[in-house]
Design a protein around this ligand. Structure first.
Ligand SMILES: [Zn+2]
Length: 123
């Protein structure tokens, strides 16, 4: 009868592994391929979020222009590709209003899906 532990399969190609039960791959090629795919999916996540943050910043910058403050609707932001779930940090003012920032540009949710857009002053 076969020991179920001997039925382990290679994590990359799915071939049944023989011999040592602590093995996860059938050879170096499969191990390297697996580790490389982990690394690249890792950097994909970072790259996608970074791109979204940079795009968010550019949208806020564009709407604000040279003004100190501007207003925009949620629809306008979304249409331009703004992704609300990504930001770099928040800022709470003395009144307790929470501003959401993408780098130096931020927004404050107002009533009826309007947003106040601001730029953080240099300190
Ligand atoms: Zn393999």
């Amino acid at each position: 009868m076969q020991n179920p532990a001997a039925e382990k399969k290679c994590l990359t190609c799915g071939k049944t592994l023989q011999g040592r039960t602590d093995k996860k791959f059938c050879n170096d090629y499969c191990r390297n391929a697996y580790n490389n795919s982990l690394k690249s999916s890792d950097s994909n996540v970072v790259r996608n979020i970074n791109n979204a943050l940079i795009k968010n910043r550019r949208i806020l910058q564009h709407i604000l222009g040279e003004e100190e403050m501007a207003k925009a609707t949620k629809e306008k932001l979304s249409t331009q590709g703004f992704v609300f779930k990504y930001g770099t940090h928040t800022y709470t003012n003395k009144k307790g209003n929470i501003y959401f920032f993408c780098y130096e540009y931020g927004y404050l949710p107002l009533e009826s899906e309007w947003f106040l857009i601001v730029k953080r002053k240099e300190e």
